[in-house]
Design a protein around this ligand. Structure first.
Ligand SMILES: [Zn+2]
Ligand SMILES: [Zn+2]
Length: 460
């Protein structure tokens, strides 16, 4: 493809000092600033030949630029390449396995189309692609209106969110999106929550897939760990249900250090943000009882007693999973913590289910096995629309390809068959798939093209 450098975005902490360098010391001409209210950003353009430098100054502490500087310090924020055909550019990048933040172009300023490429695929640099609107001329002239469409000037709400997502993705392995996102499937509302993030060995998460392949999709930290989110899902239909509940707060300092646990924002925060409290939950449904799914089922009170966290809820667990968790062996012991589930039986709130069955109207479970012998996924259907909460069968969107199976899985060939079945259904029936551990994407649609699968994120 043919690409021209449009501009280079630089995150600036101290504007007067930056102007003292770029304007005074270098003697460059700085244009009048443009304020982008939705992004809490002020942009100062400095033409340099055919391209520009763009000094980005945060106007509020919650600005994406302020967050970027907080995480990485001031400096290079993004580069923008102008292309003739942004769709062709995205197709070419996708075919080469590049990780895209925007699967499809979105509107930028002045009718331009823009799309971001993840820094993991661009060797640490956030790359914005831009295609000018048909009426725009690529050669700027002093009289023409501004032709640029930098990170800050997206105007629609959705575009704003994507731009924030793009900025949030910049700090590398630390980045994660903990926003509450709402989806609807017929009459059922689905609210994706977040219990924070943790880190697991990247090699273990991708099984036989070599690091040269997986690290392009999930960058590893200095200890070879990748970031995973914990995203319980609230299902609001005839009753209010939560599927899984994250890690909870009853972990040791050693555990949190080893697994890089970051629960700065956790389930209580996101529940509240969704307008819910623990009292609103009538059903807690477990996909399986691993600590990163069932840790939030219970809480320890001031007296040190462990009790159900959702006081009005019935807890629905698959009987086989319950039995296996109650009798762990050397291979799976590290994944189970008895305090997460045994107290539920004592409190009389436990319901064991044996078969694939309907838990409430429109919501049923399907045993997949694989990850654990009785691991189950949740299928949701209403008004002709479908969604699937696939838990550890396909923990992140990077696991969408058949062979990308975690070596934590006890029966990987069972994971494989369950995944083949679900992926086929998802493509044919347009199922909205929820990725419980994906650090960036809560849900998306699986698409297949030339034998390759990919996920198109769904805006929440
Ligand atoms: Zn698990
Ligand atoms: Zn898990």
């Amino acid at each position: 493809m043919k690409a021209v450098l449009d501009h280079v975005g630089i995150a600036v902490k101290d504007l007067p000092a930056a102007l003292a360098f770029y304007r005074d010391a270098l003697g460059l001409n700085v244009e009048a600033p443009e304020e982008v209210v939705s992004q809490r950003v002020r942009a100062h353009f400095i033409p340099v030949g055919e391209s520009s430098l763009e000094l980005l100054e945060a106007t509020a502490p919650d600005s994406p630029i302020a967050k970027y500087i907080e995480n990485r310090g001031p400096g290079l924020h993004h580069i923008t390449l102008r292309v003739d055909d942004i769709n062709a550019a995205l197709t070419q990048l996708r075919a080469r396995g590049a990780r895209l933040i925007d699967e499809r172009p979105r509107p930028g300023a002045e009718g331009a189309l823009v799309a971001f490429v993840h820094p993991a695929s661009a060797h640490g640099v956030l790359v914005e692609l831009k295609q000018l609107a048909a009426h725009q001329s690529p050669a700027p002239s002093p009289q023409s209106p501004r032709l640029r469409s930098h990170t800050g000037t997206a105007s629609s709400g959705e575009a704003r969110q994507s731009a924030e997502g793009a900025t949030a993705a910049v700090p590398g392995p630390m980045a994660g999106d903990s926003r509450v996102q709402r989806f609807s499937v017929g009459d059922i509302e689905l609210v994706s929550l977040c219990d924070g993030f943790f880190r697991l060995d990247g090699g273990s998460m991708f099984g036989i897939v070599p690091k040269t392949l997986w690290s392009a999709k999930a960058p590893a930290d200095e200890r070879n760990r990748i970031v995973l989110a914990m995203r319980p899902l609230v299902v609001r239909g005839m009753r209010t249900m939560i599927i899984d509940a994250g890690l909870g707060d009853d972990t040791s300092e050693k555990f949190r250090e080893r697994y890089g646990v970051d629960r700065t924002r956790h389930l209580d925060h996101t529940l509240a943000e969704a307008g819910l409290s623990v009292d609103d939950i009538a059903i807690v449904l477990a996909t399986h009882l691993h600590v990163d799914h069932a840790g939030g089922f219970t809480v320890r009170d001031a007296a040190g007693r462990v009790r159900p966290r959702f006081p009005r809820a019935q807890y629905v667990v698959r009987r086989g999973e319950w039995d296996d968790a109650a009798h762990p062996n050397a291979r799976n012991r590290a994944s189970y913590v008895a305090d997460n589930y045994l107290p539920l039986a004592d409190a009389g709130v436990l319901q064991l289910v044996d078969d694939d069955q309907t838990i409430m109207p429109g919501v049923k479970v399907r045993r997949t096995g694989g990850h654990t012998r009785h691991h189950q996924i949740v299928l949701i259907e209403s008004g002709g629309k479908k969604a699937a909460f696939v838990a550890d069968m396909m923990p992140t969107q990077a696991h969408v390809e058949d062979a990308w199976i975690s070596s934590f899985d006890l029966y990987p060939t069972d994971t494989l068959s369950a995944k083949e079945q679900l992926a086929k259904e998802a493509v044919e029936k347009d199922i909205l798939v929820f990725f419980e551990h994906d650090p960036a994407v809560a849900a998306g649609y699986i698409r297949e093209q030339d034998g390759e699968r990919r996920v198109v994120p769904a805006p929440g």
